[in-house]
Write a protein that binds this ligand. Structure first.
Ligand code: SAH
Ligand code: SF4
Ligand code: F3S
Length: 495
C-alpha cells in the first residue's frame, strides 16, 4: 500500500479541510437550487464489473444520503456487495452526534487496514457528519493513511469527481465544504425499501441547541420547494410505495426560508400529502418550538397522516432547557403535548431525552421523570450527555460524576420500559392495521411490521403479505412489541 501522508497531499486542489468556525456562520444568500448533476463521461462506465459497499451510521438522514450515494455509484456501473472482501469501493457514512458513535467508526476504520493491505486497489472513503469535523479529519490524516478519500455532507453530488481523483492520485483526497450547501434536485437515488421511502423536505438546522453538533455538520436550514416534494411523493405512490417519511432535523421549520412563500409551512405541506394516494405519511423530527396550530389542525384531519408524533423534549427542567437553548419551557412543552393529544386522540408519542447535562441537579432530573410520567410516552431514545468539541456546552464545567449520570439513565429507562408496557397493554385484543415489512429479525417464520402509531407487531402469515397493509388482532401485548393473529378474512387494506 502506498503510504498517503499529509506531506504528499496536493493542498491546492483537492485538499479542503473542514472548519467548525466557518460552519457556524449563517449566510443570508439565497439557497441555489441546482439541477445539473451529471456523471463525467470518463466515469460513466468506471464501475463496470466492480462492487461497492456503504456502511451507514447515524440517523435517517444519513440512511437516505446513503441511498443517494448508492444511486450515484450505480450510475457509474458499480454493483452493491455485502461482502467487504469483494468491494472495490467502501464508503463509511459517519455520525458525529455522540462520542461513542465516533469511537465505533474509528474502531471500524482501523479494522479496514488489513483489507486495504490485501487489496491495494480498494478505495476507502469516509463521509457523513464526522467528515465535517476538523478534529476527525486531522486524526484520519495522522493515524489512518489507509483512507483514500474524505468528503462532507455538502458535496455528496461531487462523488464521481472525487472518486476519480482518489482512483488516479496517490494522495489522500479531502474535500469538505464548511459553507452550507445548496440543494441539488436531480441526484439519483437507489432506495433500499420497496414499499417504505424517505423523502427529504429540508436540510440543515439553525437551532444551535448548545450541546448539538448537527448545525455545524449539516449547515443552515434549506427547504425544498413544495412542488419538488409533492412530485417525488406522487411518483413513489405511482410506483406502489405504501409509506413515506418526510425527513428533516427540524421539520417544523419547514418553509421558513422559502422565497415568496411567507406563510407556507409544514401544515400546508402535510395538507398536500393528504391528497396523494399513498396510505401512510410520517414525518420526523419535530422541534416543539416551531410546532404550530395549523400543523396540529391538519394532523387532526387524519386520513393518511399517521398518528405518531416524535416530539423530543430533552429535559423536563425549564432551567436546563434554557441552558440547552431549546427555546421552550417545561410548561410550553406540556401545553403543546396536550393540545396535540386533544386534537389527535389516538396519537402515540415518543421522545428524546438527554440526562446528565452539565450541572444537572437531582431535582432537575426528577423534573424530567415527572414530565415523562405526565406524558406517559409510548417510547423514546434516552442518552447520557456527550460533550461535542466546538459546541458551547462542551466548554461548560460539569459537576455531575459519570456514575450519577449512569444511574439517572437507568432510572429513566426503567420508567420508560414501564410506560411502554402500559401503552402496549391498551392494544390487547384490538384490531390494528399493519404494514408488513418483512420477516421478524428473531424468527424467519414470523412476519413483522408497524401499526400507524409505530408499534411493532409480529404475527404468522404467508410471505406474500410482505409489502401489504393487513389487519391483525393483538393477542399478546409485550413490553416493546405486540404479538397478534393475521385476520385472513378481513379485507386486505390495499388502498
Ligand atoms: N433534530 C432532532 C434531534 C437530532 S439528534 C431534535 O432536535 O429533536 C437526536 C438526539 O440525539 C437528540 O434529540 C438528542 O436527544 C440527542 N443528542 C444530540 N446531541 C447530543 C449530545 N451531545 N449528547 C447526548 N445526546 C445528544
Ligand atoms: Fe441538534 Fe437542536 Fe438542531 Fe435537533 S434542533 S439537530 S438537537 S441543534
Ligand atoms: Fe448523526 Fe449527522 Fe444524523 S451527526 S444523527 S448522522 S445528522
Amino acid at each position: 500500500m502506498a503510504e498517503k501522508t499529509i506531506s504528499n497531499v496536493d493542498f491546492s486542489k483537492y485538499f479542503q479541510p473542514p472548519s467548525l468556525k466557518d460552519a457556524r456562520r449563517r449566510r443570508r444568500d439565497a439557497v441555489q437550487i441546482i439541477n445539473d448533476f451529471s456523471i463525467p463521461e470518463d466515469m460513466e462506465t468506471i464501475g463496470h464489473g466492480k462492487n461497492y459497499l456503504i456502511e451507514t451510521y447515524g440517523c435517517q438522514m444519513n440512511e437516505h444520503d446513503t441511498e443517494v450515494m448508492a444511486g450515484i455509484l450505480e450510475k457509474m456501473g458499480y454493483q452493491e456487495t455485502e461482502e467487504p472482501k469483494n468491494a472495490d469501493v467502501i464508503l463509511i457514512n459517519t455520525c458525529a452526534i455522540r462520542e461513542n458513535a465516533e469511537n465505533k467508526v474509528f474502531g471500524h476504520i482501523g479494522t479496514l487496514k488489513t483489507l486495504k493491505l490485501e487489496n491495494p486497489g480498494l478505495i476507502l472513503g469516509v463521509c457523513g457528519c464526522m467528515a465535517q469535523e476538523e478534529v476527525v479529519v486531522n486524526k484520519i490524516l495522522a493515524k489512518h493513511p489507509q483512507v483514500d478519500l474524505i468528503f462532507g455532507t455538502h458535496n455528496i453530488h461531487r462523488l464521481p469527481q472525487l472518486l476519480k481523483e482518489a482512483l488516479f492520485s496517490k494522495e489522500m483526497v479531502v474535500e469538505v465544504w464548511s459553507k452550507e450547501g445548496d440543494i441539488v434536485e436531480n441526484l439519483p437515488q437507489s432506495r433500499r425499501g420497496h414499499f417504505q421511502a424517505w423523502v427529504n423536505i429540508m436540510y440543515g438546522c439553525d437551532k444551535f441547541c448548545t450541546y448539538c453538533i448537527v448545525p455545524y455538520t449539516r449547515g443552515k436550514e434549506r427547504s425544498r420547494h413544495p412542488q419538488e416534494i409533492i412530485d417525488e411523493v406522487r411518483e413513489l405512490a405511482r410506483k406502489g410505495y405504501k409509506e413515506i417519511t418526510l425527513l428533516g432535523q427540524n421539520v417544523n421549520a419547514y418553509g421558513k426560508d422559502l422565497p415568496n412563500m411567507e406563510n407556507y409551512g409544514l401544515g400546508n405541506l402535510m395538507d398536500e400529502m393528504r391528497k396523494i394516494g399513498i396510505p401512510r405519511v410520517r414525518f420526523t423530527t419535530s422541534h416543539p418550538k416551531d410546532f404550530d396550530d395549523h400543523l396540529i389542525e391538519v394532523l387532526g384531519k387524519g386520513g393518511n397522516l399517521c398518528e405518531h408524533i416524535h416530539l423530543p423534549v430533552q429535559s423536563g427542567s425549564s432551567e436546563i432547557l434554557k441552558i440547552m437553548g431549546r427555546g421552550y419551557t417545561r410548561e410550553r412543552y406540556l401545553d403543546l403535548f396536550h393540545k396535540i393529544k386533544n386534537t389527535v386522540p389516538n396519537a402515540s408519542f415518543t421522545t428524546d431525552i438527554i440526562v446528565g447535562f452539565p450541572n444537572e441537579t437531582e431535582e432537575q432530573f426528577e423534573e424530567t421523570m415527572s414530565l415523562v410520567r405526565e406524558c406517559q410516552f409510548d417510547g423514546g431514545f434516552t442518552f447520557i450527555y456527550s460533550p461535542r468539541a466546538g459546541t458551547p456546552a462542551a466548554r461548560m464545567k460539569d459537576n455531575v460524576p459519570m456514575e450519577a449520570k449512569k444511574e439517572r439513565l437507568q432510572r429513566l429507562n426503567k420508567l420508560m420500559d414501564e410506560l411502554s408496557a402500559k401503552s402496549n397493554a391498551k392494544y390487547q385484543d384490538k384490531m390494528v392495521e399493519v404494514l408488513v415489512e418483512g420477516e421478524s429479525r428473531k424468527n424467519p417464520d414470523v412476519l413483522s411490521g408497524h401499526t400507524r402509531t409505530n408499534k411493532v407487531v409480529n404475527f404468522r402469515g404467508p410471505k406474500s403479505l410482505i409489502g401489504q397493509l393487513v389487519t391483525v388482532k393483538i393477542t399478546d401485548a409485550k413490553k416493546w412489541s405486540l404479538d397478534g393473529e393475521w385476520q385472513k378474512e378481513a379485507e386486505v387494506l390495499n388502498r
